[in-house]
Write a protein that binds this ligand. Structure first.
Ligand code: F6R
Length: 608
């Protein structure tokens, strides 16, 4: 939800800002803009364009390459459509101050009314433009001090924001602030960076500072000052970024999504590394921070991460015998939930910044719950505000559609479930599960080796108008995930159903030729026969069946069979979801869609 970059140092700011924006374009891509300072008192150099970053780049002239300090923004529209005038930066009336923003200023209408009364003119429909005018008034009130002005303005704002501002009178200074939206500092040598996430500056520095809630940061080429809204100086935590710039590049793949699909075996091994051995004994020292006297577990997450939760629930309840519920984070706090002190809330989030999940976490904590997060982004807000965190080690996920993050989230839930169950499972069961978990990377590799066959099969369904996904047990949330991927990438109607629910309504959707992708439980599963019956029911009504089945099953009724390796029933989604990801990817390509940046979406959803 909007990407933000700031650079101040000795190099050409425009190339570093634009390179940073390219890395952040996954956060929003309906318009982009920059504001560069050009020496003491000289007017700001500003350019902004509707559309993708390439439109902005085409509009930049050589004058931009002289400046060594500036800010840039790539937008996901909330208030005001994706036009040149609504693109960020927004300027003060005198044109000396520019501001960029990620988030929503909830009280912007009343702020705007006051500013209009004072004579300010507005040129956009955004909530952000009010901040530019407020800041310029506050700069005047504080004798030209942009940092003090930022602190004073933040006190007046309601909602969520990351803000960066520059002023032409102080060309080397960039001031940033954050509340409920992400902002990290990249610590360089004679140069410093501000960005929504570290991928924006990973090519220049691996040192980063975490910023907390309601903190203001002032960077120059040689200094970084962090203060709270009262002006008290704070000491931010520094950390080293553990992945390199290559991880944030496409590396020869046509799309980030394809690269990330192929990175899944490694992402799974990295997430398992050092945390489990062949005897199934789990080491998660992160959990020592929690008092795990738990009577109930409640998982809160959104979208694909929610599906990870739905899948993890089966292992948690089966192995630990502790009740586990899974709920959409966006719904949770509005239904006045009841949490006992022995409820452990687990939030799952790739970005660690999803606003719905963050707000649900805060609400759960306010009710006294202990909170564990499963997260892929070091130092992001959700793990910072949790009592403990299990980091997934998926590396940066750039494609908007989540793939490797999901599989590593499921792995983290399996590890957590085993940790809870060590006294409840027999040593032989633990060993069996441990070995199956450790075998997953190579089994996912085997699925990926069939990509040509999957590609060929997908072509046969190019003209379908609707695709249904069917599953039971852990296959049901896998079906939901298959449908979500197809919707978001191929823009097709797709729905996931529990096999047993078909007869309660959805079977009416089946007509001659309707593609149904069915996930078959393994041999020995108590629902295998029932699933086979559900497949027959749709087949009898004319559906074209694509079956995801392991090699132990001999199926005659399917039009296509996607063979996947055998594994433990509770681990099966790790394997069976992979062909569904590839199906959605290939279908999106066949339909000429932008796979990495699907329409209307953005990766990190920092608005409610
Ligand atoms: C779908 C997808 C989204 C995210 C959801 C939560 O492919 O990526 O549904 O899973 O927006 O995001 P995080 O995990 O960052 O909280």
């Amino acid at each position: 939800m909007c990407g933000i970059v700031g650079y101040t140092g000795g190099k050409s700011a425009i190339s570093l800002v634009v390179a940073g924006l390219r890395r952040l374009e996954y956060r929003g891509y309906d318009s982009a803009g920059v504001a560069l300072t050009d020496g003491q008192g000289a007017p700001l150099l500003v350019e902004k364009r509707a559309g993708k970053l390439a439109n902005l780049e085409a509009a930049l002239t050589s004058t931009f390459s002289q400046s060594t300090s500036g800010i840039g923004h790539t937008r996901w529209a909330t208030h005001g459509g994706p036009t040149d005038s609504n693109a960020h930066p927004h300027l003060s009336g005198d044109g000396k101050l520019a501001v960029i923003h990620n988030g929503i200023i909830e009280n912007y209408i009343e702020l705007k009314e006051e500013l209009l009364k004072k004579g300010h003119k507005f040129y956009s429909e955004t909530d952000t433009e009010s901040v530019a005018h407020l800041l310029s008034d506050a700069v005047a009130d504080s004798g030209g001090d942009l940092a003090t002005a930022m602190r004073n303005v933040c006190k007046k704002l309601k909602g969520s924001f990351t803000l960066l501002a520059v002023h032409s009178d102080n060309p080397e200074i960039i001031v940033g602030a954050r509340r409920n939206s992400p902002l990290v500092v990249g610590v360089g040598d004679g140069e410093n960076f501000l960005a929504s996430d570290v991928s924006a500056f990973i090519s220049s520095t691996k040192r980063a500072l975490e910023l907390g809630q309601d903190e203001v940061v002032v960077v120059t080429p040689n200094s970084i000052l962090v203060v709270d809204l009262e002006g008290n100086v704070l000491t931010p935590k520094e950390y080293e970024i553990t992945w390199d710039a290559a991880a944030a590049e496409r590396g020869g793949f046509a799309h980030f999504m394809l690269k990330e699909i192929f990175e899944q075996p490694k992402a799974i091994s990295d997430t398992l590394l050092g945390r489990i051995d062949e005897t199934g004994v789990v080491r998660l020292p992160e959990l020592d921070l929690l008092n795990l006297d738990v009577e109930r577990i409640l998982i809160l997450a959104c979208g694909t991460a929610y599906h990870a939760g739905l899948i993890g629930k089966y292992a948690i309840e089966t192995w630990s015998q502790i009740a586990c519920d899974v709920e959409l984070a966006s719904e949770f706090r509005y239904r006045r939930p009841v949490l006992s002190p022995k409820t452990l809330v687990i939030t799952i989030s790739q970005s660690g910044e999803t606003m719905d999940t963050l707000m649900a976490l805060r609400y759960a904590k306010s009710l006294g719950a202990k909170a564990l997060s499963i997260c892929n982004t070091h130092g992001s807000t959700i793990p910072r505000e949790s009592d403990a965190v299990i980091y997934t080690h998926g590396g940066p996920e750039i494609a908007v559609a989540s793939t490797k993050a999901l599989l590593t989230q499921i792995i983290a839930l399996h590890l957590f479930a085993l940790h809870l169950s060590v006294k409840k499972l027999s040593p032989s069961d633990l060993e069996k599960i441990g070995n199956e978990l450790l075998a997953l990377p190579s089994k996912v590799e085997q699925v990926l080796e069939t990509i040509e066959a999957l590609r060929e099969m997908t072509r046969g369904f190019k003209d379908a108008t609707s695709v249904l996904f069917l599953g039971r047990h852990v296959g049901f949330p896998s079906a939901l995930e298959g449908a979500l991927k197809l919707k978001e990438l191929a823009y097709m109607h797709a729905e996931g159903f529990a096999g047993g629910e078909l007869k309660h309504g959805p079977i009416a959707l089946i007509e001659e030729g309707t593609p149904v992708i069915a996930i078959m439980p393994p041999v020995g599963s108590e629902i295998r026969e029932k699933m086979a019956s559900n497949i027959q029911e749709v087949k009898a009504r004319g559906a074209r069946i694509i079956l995801v089945a392991d090699t132990s099953i001999d199926i005659a009724s399917a039009d296509h069979v996607i063979r996947v390796p055998e594994t433990h029933e509770l681990l099966q989604p790790i394997i069976s979801i992979v062909p569904l990801q590839v199906f959605a990817y290939e279908m999106a390509l066949l339909r000429g869609n932008d796979v990495d940046q699907p329409r209307n979406l953005a990766k990190s959803v920092t608005v409610e």
